[in-house]
Design a binder for this molecule. Sequence first.
Ligand code: 13P
Length: 250
Amino acid sequence: MRKPLIAGNWKMNKTLEQAEELVQDLIQRLQGIDQVEIAICPPAVNLAGISNLVKDTNLRLGAQNMYWEESGAYTGEISAPMLKTVGVNYVIIGHSERREYFAETDQEVNRKVKAAFKAALRPIVCVGETLAEREQGQTRDKVREQVKAGLAGLTPEQLVELVIAYEPIWAIGTGKTASAEEANQVIAYIRRIVRSGFGASADLMRIQYGGSVKPDNIVELMTQPEIDGALVGGASLDPDSFTSIVRGAL
Ligand code: 13P
């Protein structure tokens, strides 16, 4: 069985002090839960501080981005070994906001995924279609392209450690969600694509849904057989709603 992963993507929110306050609150509220894996992904500058707080708890730590080189003259960038050495477990790669505002390509996503594995980080690779692509019936073409290019060259063993987040772009931060059935269908399709490239490992790999996940839709999403958790944006910034989402996934 695949253990669901509920991950909070804080995006560019929270100063260190605010972040520590939220984490301390979450540690209390979420202690003892082990049927669902829980991760928080704060801004990079807060990772080292928060790492100390979540050590020995059931909260895993994720970063929101990284660069594929290990070190060197890449002003402003952060490498996978740097993340690993401050206690990071997961790294979100290819979020639609990075693809849109920072022009990240599928090829760059693939380089980052490989660099993450080299440093023993677990990538959460984001894929998803725009509204226009959806309306033109191109959802499957888009996610197939992103999945194939983003995961190219990985081994079946690596694949089991990888997480895909299906996040339809039109559902991010808009309050609109894909219906649970629609999300399940696209995720089932993604799993078929992965199976065609990597065989049975695809059945062990987790695929999350993301896009306006809230306490009132998590239960329905989680009843779908193919949905293995959620990547939560806005609702992960509030301790009440993030806790309800985690509990809704139990
Ligand atoms: P929202 O939950 O705010 O829609 O964001 C989803 C997301 O982008 C998570 O990575």
